[in-house]
Design a protein around this ligand. Structure first.
Ligand SMILES: Cc1cc2nc3c(=O)[nH]c(=O)nc-3n(C[C@H](O)[C@H](O)[C@H](O)COP(=O)(O)OP(=O)(O)OC[C@H]3O[C@@H](n4cnc5c(N)ncnc54)[C@H](O)[C@@H]3O)c2cc1C
Length: 228
């Protein structure tokens, strides 16, 4: 979507946390791959410890290429706990089912990212508006300028967190099952990939709108386009 891309060839720093261990061949250190995974989505899972219990909360995000923003009510327990703690945020895109000859070799074609860090609560009003703009534009480009923007009261009721992308990893799997040249190839079973594609549908107007209301182009034009 709207996030800027990194300079070609720049790589992700490897930390003790982000070092790929298992399925390392699916890991990438290409910073552009991380940007692409983040740009292709708008829902992440925020993993945070709240009162001693791990919570993994699905939530909307925006990425400006160096910072991930997520928001919610100031009463949200996961958001209130996050600024004091190291969190782990994941973004996942499923591209297909990998159907192997053996159940053991079944898998998923995917693109995914994990980001570690201690989020910062954004309090500066200008930065808060910029972060909310980033978040809104990630899912619905053009909507920040189209819809009414948050007023002071709404801003005060919204917690916005900023998480640096300094410590992040990315993994991807593409292609056929891994057992095509193993002993199970002799079984004569069908094997391959069942692709999974998500696309935007036709906009459904609010029934309370006038019957002849048409969606703005930035919404209507998305019908039929890939969603991730
Ligand atoms: C949709 C989906 C389904 C999957 N299903 C399975 C499954 O059924 N079984 C299975 O074993 N694996 C599966 N994986 C891969 C899984 O996410 C892990 O990469 C893998 O299992 C290694 O886990 P680990 O705990 O050994 O991590 P480690 O290798 O110890 O992780 C080390 C570091 O590598 C990075 N990392 C690990 N995994 C990912 C990732 N997916 N994306 C970005 N960075 C990552 C993180 O920074 C992490 O801290 C799936 C992935 C996706 C996206």
């Amino acid at each position: 979507m709207t996030a800027p891309r990194s300079a070609p060839g720049s790589s992700l720093p490897v930390t003790e946390r982000t070092r790929h261990r298992r399925l390392r061949e699916q890991g990438s250190l290409d910073r552009a791959e991380l940007d692409a995974v983040l740009a292709a989505g708008f829902v992440c899972h925020l993993g945070v410890t709240v009162d001693g219990t791990v919570m993994v909360v699905p939530t909307v995000y925006g990425s400006d290429g160096s910072t991930l923003y997520f928001h919610g009510s100031v009463a949200s327990r996961s958001l209130v706990a996050s600024p004091g703690a190291t969190v782990c945020v994941t973004v996942t895109h499923v591209d297909g089912l990998v159907l192997a000859r053996s159940v053991f070799e079944h898998g998923v074609n995917y693109r995914s990212a994990m980001v570690y860090g201690v989020p910062r609560l954004v309090t500066d009003e200008a930065e808060k508006r910029a972060g909310l703009r980033c978040l809104t534009e990630q899912s619905a480009p053009g909507q920040w300028d189209y819809a009414r923007r948050p007023n002071r009261k709404e801003l005060a009721a919204t917690a916005l967190l900023a998480l640096s992308l300094d410590e992040a990893s990315v993994k991807l799997r593409t292609g056929a099952p891994d057992d095509g040249e193993g002993p199970d190839a002799e079984l004569g079973l069908w094997a391959g990939v069942l692709p999974l594609r998500t696309e935007w549908g036709t906009p459904e107007p609010d029934p309370l709108l006038a019957a002849d209301a048409v969606p703005p182009a930035h919404i209507g034009d998305r019908a039929g386009r890939p969603a991730s």
